[in-house]
Design a protein around this ligand. Structure first.
Ligand SMILES: *Cc1c(COP(=O)(O)O)cnc(C)c1O
Length: 392
């Protein structure tokens, strides 16, 4: 195998398929399967406990997607789940025991926080939230029973870039594992395991699927943690179907090409937005001068920046004015999720549900934008009309 030398875009094109075994077709077949039949009782018994025994554990289609995702992110193992949230919850359930403590970034995706306050708390697992900008200072928050430090960089809605290597060094020194929600980065945006992360989870729903038509999650790790993760995954009965795996693999093929367009379009829209008097700041780490830009350049691959960022409006802007802007746009869909080919806008109010960083965001008028693959000149014209409507 010489693929170790291939660059990410090449790996995305060539891994997770085997035309020689597929009668020459470029793409793998869609396998829809629960039952797998065996020629005799002995081979049935031998398959027991392996992944080739039942459709829930693996099919050729899910294995092809796992292979491509592992190649993209330089992981040894990939576990596919029916949503990004289930990738998060499965990982936490696999790594934590009753009595353990979890350190969660205060900028985490909100449903992650709800899981910590819900099921994990009921199981006797405690969570404390830390300032995403804490860096090496995390050491002071690590307790004797801290087993996992969770990072999400950039953070949901507020886009803080975390000092992941410093956090990982402190966590590892105390015997804790580091898990990253890598959804914003995508498998191409950062070299997650080189930064010290032990488990990388993705809402594949976003850029991997890329077309707003499938929910899926992925858990990626190096070999030592595969057994622990797979044991809980198997007990929970988590699995995905062949049609969804095929669509995710199809999305993944164009990830590099889509990201470069999302990046270029976002750069144009963000550059324009920050010149507008109604805008106080644009929270887009790839943008020079934006918060977190220096750490972003150190830890991320700017060739593959995505199209999701926050906008903070000038002091005195009201929530009602933000709603007017949102309602006035023509090309931006109003809805959750992101990572599809289309632009989206939602009002954003991070100050209302943070534990230790509420003050930083309270009362700020904000939107979250997803910049899609439309012509950025049209998106700018649409936002310009929205800013006018905001004043009316
Ligand atoms: C959307 C999202 C998730 C959850 O993904 P679903 O597939 O919607 O369950 C998790 N983390 C982040 C950062 C997300 O944006």
């Amino acid at each position: 195998m010489h693929d170790h030398d291939d660059l990410p875009a090449t790996r995305l094109t060539h891994r997770g398929r085997n035309p020689k075994s597929e009668e020459g077709t470029v793409n793998p077949a869609v396998v829809r399967a629960s039952t797998m039949l065996f020629p005799n009782a002995d081979s049935l018994r031998k398959a027991d406990g392996t992944r080739r025994s039942y459709g829930r554990h693996a099919t050729d289609t899910t294995l092809a997607l796992e292979d491509a995702l592992c190649a993209a992110e330089q992981a040894d193992a990939c576990l596919l789940t029916p949503s990004g949230l289930s990738a998060i919850t499965t990982t936490l359930l696999a790594l934590l025991q009753p009595g353990d403590h979890l350190l969660m970034t205060d900028s985490a995706y909100d449903p992650t926080r709800l899981f910590c306050e819900g099921l994990l708390k009921r199981m006797g697992i405690s969570t404390s939230y830390y300032d995403p900008l804490i860096g090496a200072g995390i050491a002071a928050l690590i307790q004797p029973n801290t087993r996992v430090v969770w990072v999400e960089s950039p953070g949901s809605h507020t886009f803080e870039v975390q000092d992941v290597p410093a956090i990982a060094a402190a966590a590892h020194a105390a015997g804790a594992l580091v898990v990253a929600d890598s959804t914003w980065a995508t498998p191409l945006g950062w070299d997650v395991f080189a930064l010290g992360v032990d488990v990388s989870v993705h809402a594949a729903t976003k850029y991997i699927v890329g077309h707003s038509d499938v929910l899926m999650g992925a858990i990626l790790c190096k070999s030592p943690l595969e057994k622990t993760l797979r044991a809980t995954y198997r007990q929970l009965g988590v699995s995905i179907g062949g049609d969804d795996a095929y669509l995710a693999l199809r999305g993944l093929r164009t990830l590099a090409a889509r990201l470069t367009t999302h990046r270029d379009n976002s750069r144009q829209v963000a550059d324009w937005l920050r010149e507008q008097p109604q805008v106080a700041s644009v929270l887009y780490p790839p943008l020079p001068g934006a918060p977190g830009h220096d750490l972003y350049l150190r830890d991320f691959n700017p060739a593959y920046a995505c199209g999701l960022f926050g906008v903070v409006f000038a002091e005195g802007t009201t929530a009602a004015q933000v709603n007017k802007l949102v309602d006035a746009t023509r090309l931006f869909g109003i809805g959750y999720s992101w990572g599809g080919y289309e632009s989206l806008i939602i009002p954003s109010d991070p100050g209302s549900h943070r534990a230790v960083t509420s003050e930083r965001w309270r009362g700020k008028a904000m939107v979250r934008l997803h910049i899609g693959l439309e012509d950025p000149a049209d998106l700018i014209a649409d936002l310009a009309a929205g800013l006018v409507a905001m004043k009316a």
